[in-house]
Design a protein. Structure first.
Lengths: 277, 277
């Protein structure tokens, strides 16, 4: 299979669901016609063999699923609705037609579930599989959930128990519906990809506040500085009603920006840092 | 240097030029507020060590420059003005602070020249340097230059001599101004990244036409199936005035879609194909 064949096979499989996608796969760029009174949000995320996954543990469909899920998790964290995505994919020498088809089946199944159009991307080769996903989402003007709005007195929530569940780890489900439910309620929001210790520190830094955390719901044998939870972390005034499944873990305080106390003791800023591996 | 430090250093260096960029580096997503009556165009391109460059030949600033230039070349091919970009970057173990600074200096110098805001991205590590660039550009509604508008009778042009010039190869200059000049004049346009033989075939396929080519301006010792020219290829009704520097290489004809004749003989569809390396 050559590039022209793969691209035309893909273009044949993909049915666009958003009329705003004027032109998708096959040109130098995808063309998107934005709506009035809507902000667009953009994220990009690597998924690299040897760093984020191994091919003896992940099936090709798992890899396709997770490549997109990583981007969708950031869209959820902004309280946005997914619109379209672009995928850069470098194939390894032993990725045959069956591997490629299975990869795209995992990818496109998740894309269909969350109504994301695959609008283009890039193809390359490498000695191992490399993915980089771009996702665009939309929110009503000015309504995106940022990291910098937490205020002293807010409660802090997470969307589920932290730590890796093996199935979820390979096929994480982005919290899109929850992100939408938090619009207009949360004061700050982000997804937990590098571990609660590091991510809550980042949220507090961005908002210029501190945090005191008491009850962190951890899976058995897990710690707070592992990453890849794909749960949401958010803050909200205590009087607002929290969505179903929300777990309160503490509150925002005044104090040195970025400082996080766990049961009264400073929590070390530790988590997954790509530059220190 | 850890991720938080690198991201905050970067955020400090970057001065946004577009007020439409509501929020850039540092959140889960960048936020962009689109204008009415404007279409947005999007492209993504890998630049991988061992595939697209070697570090003993490319300086870090060359790599930063070229990572962005590849994306900007696609924006030029759509007749669009660049707006913002996102960069996914995986660093190799021996990329120290000096390497990283030099990489971003090459990247940000080109970004400044073409008024592109660096709005975010992803950081990771790998055994070699991996870049994936996303660029967003804007065109007046419905005015993007696509590949599928070439009509029999149109002339075919390229923007310069084809084949690699060593300096340009490391620091290609995207043809942004030319792309803008072609808006409303060209019927189809693309950039020449995989070689004229393959790219003209693609343009003809997309437009459902054939082509007859006579005089192809090649650099000494070069062929038509090498890629990475970063020149534009476009078609235009013969009566329209061609922009300065345009070189006419032939004309669009009726005939089997995708067929390209060179001096009356079929030109083999050959060029840089990532899936056949």
């Amino acid at each position: 299979m050559n590039e022209i064949e793969l691209v035309s096979r893909l273009a044949g499989k993909v049915r666009s669901v958003h009329p705003a996608l004027i032109s998708g796969i096959g040109d130098d760029c995808a063309i998107w016609r934005p709506r009035v009174n809507e902000d667009l949000v953009f994220t990009t995320d690597f998924l690299l063999e040897g760093v984020h996954f191994e091919r003896d543990i992940y099936s090709p469909a798992d890899i396709g699923h997770k490549a997109l899920a990583r981007g969708l998790s950031d869209i959820a964290a902004m309280g946005a609705e997914p619109r379209f995505c672009l995928l850069s994919l470098a194939l390894a020498p032993d990725c045959d037609r069956r591997w490629i088809d299975s990869f795209y089946s995992g990818f496109l199944k998740l894309a269909k579930r969350f109504r994301v159009d695959l609008a283009g991307g890039d193809l390359s080769h490498s000695d191992r599989v490399l993915c980089d996903i771009v996702v665009c989402g939309a929110v009503p003007k000015g309504r995106a959930l940022r990291r910098d709005g937490a205020r002293a007195g807010d409660s802090i929530f997470v969307s589920g128990r932290l730590g890796r569940d093996w199935r979820e780890y390979r096929r994480p489900v982005p919290r899109i519906e929850l992100g939408l439910a938090l619009r207009g309620r949360a004061t700050a929001c982000m997804d937990l990809t590098d571990g609660l210790s590091l991510d809550l520190h980042r949220l507090c830094l961005a908002s210029g506040v501190a945090a005191a955390v008491e009850n962190v719901p951890l899976r058995k044998g897990q710690t707070m500085d592992q990453g890849e939870d794909y749960e949401l972390l958010w803050t909200m005034p205590a009087r607002r009603k929290s969505p179903q499944g929300a777990i309160r873990i503490g509150g925002i305080t005044t104090g040195r920006p970025g400082l996080v106390l766990l049961n009264g003791e400073p929590l070390p800023v530790r988590g997954y840092d790509h530059l220190q591996q």
